[in-house]
Design a binder for this molecule. Sequence first.
Ligand code: URA
Length: 212
Amino acid sequence: MQLHIVDHPLAASSLTVLRDERTPRSRFRPVLYDLAMMLVYEATRTLPTMPVAVTTPLATTSGVRLAAEPVVVPVLRAGLGMLPAALNLLPDAHTAFIGLSRDETTFEPTVYLEAVPSDLAGRPVLLLDPMLATGGSALHCLRLLADRGARGVTVVSVVAAPEGLAALESGGPAVGTADLTVVTAVVDERLNETAYIVPGLGDAGDRIFGEM
Ligand code: URA
């Protein structure tokens, strides 16, 4: 597994606004949009391109376009907060959805939606989930994506916990993901007793959409 921490003053200042408990939903969403842009920009740095000719008003020159359209997979609910930025950068991406809720005693994910193309072979996949906490949800998604043929998956998160990264490091190959990258703005200290990331930013879904 490769870990890429986006170390940039704009990412760090956006993250600070997201962490702040006083940041209202109305501001949280656009700041998450900005930060997701930066994270997806980094997550797509190695996407393969193919050469194309382009004609400017003055001459014909060489350009590129993406060789394969990526598949973007927001993990519901909170991953939806990162989707608009991802689709702005990747307007032709295919969007798939995985819906997971968390059992508040075992912290294990329960699946309520899997709307994912049946054949992901050869397609770069971006899994969007702002909080990489225990890694249980991400591993569930990686298993599903690998079962559908995905080999190169990039998990795009805002805050990662060491526990979640360790789970992906050991579990990623076991679920069939040959080429796994994690892009995040920060690796935080730890999980607390209810599997929330500390210091984190709280419940990302609640911060984006409101408490359930
Ligand atoms: N999910 C969240 O939204 N926040 C955490 O801290 C952990 C999981």
